[in-house]
Design a protein around this ligand. Structure first.
Ligand code: IMP
Ligand code: MG
Length: 191
């Protein structure tokens, strides 16, 4: 779709298959938690999915439609790459936190785990509210630059340390609508 995306890492089909697999894993784990508490997957007010905006929106839109659970959404917005940059400047909370998470089963979903600062910040804020369980899922895991002490419970794909875009991931706000995940050639960007 964009010629400056020089190499495709994952096609639409590969992504869709992996998202289904992750959804099955999440549904199985949440169902087990709920049954342990004497609840069912159709009980109300037990499961909250928290997408980290904006990068997670496409991943989450696809994933929740594969989850046969009664769930609600609570958004958080975090910014870490202000402007045209491929280097994280640390995580900044850019929204209020969802409330009333106490006793709930929470799943935080993000597009990518890189330094880990974003998910570590969100995790710490959620834990203050005493959820019943907290799990994290990411479409992509770049293990190389981890700064914060964090790992994801659900990972779509592990990738090398390259700047990727598409399927929700952006460079300076663009390319989120690219339907595949690919490596951006930052030298050939249109100005
Ligand atoms: P972390 O806080 O360093 O783990 O970075 C996580 C955030 O940085 C993600 O939510 C993404 O929005 C962004 N990010 C990290 N790596 C990439 C990338 O390769 N492409 C686009 N965004 C990225
Ligand atoms: Mg993000």
């Amino acid at each position: 779709m964009f010629q400056e995306i020089q190499r495709t890492l994952f096609t639409r089909e590969q992504i869709a298959e992996r998202v289904k697999g992750m959804a099955a894993d999440i549904a199985r784990d949440i169902q087990a938690d709920l049954e342990k508490d004497g609840h069912s997957v159709l009980d109300m007010d037990k499961v909250i999915i928290i997408p980290v905006m904006t990068g997670a929106m496409i991943f989450v839109a696809d994933l929740i439609r594969e989850l046969p659970l009664r769930l609600s959404l609570g958004l958080v917005a975090v910014s870490s790459y202000p402007g045209a940059s491929v280097r994280s400047k640390g995580a900044l909370l850019a929204s209020e936190m969802p409330k009333d998470l106490a006793g709930k089963h929470i799943i935080v979903l993000d597009d990518i785990l890189d330094s880990g600062q974003t998910l570590a910040m969100v995790r710490d804020l959620i834990l203050k509210q005493n959820p019943a369980t907290l799990r994290m899922g990411v479409m992509l895991d770049k293990q190389v630059k981890r700064v914060a002490d964090i790992s994801a419970d659900y990972v779509g794909f592990e990738i090398p340390d390259e700047f990727v875009v598409g399927y929700g991931l952006d460079y300076d706000g663009y390319y989120r609508n690219h339907p595949e995940i690919g490596v951006l050639d930052t030298d050939s960007l249109p100005s």
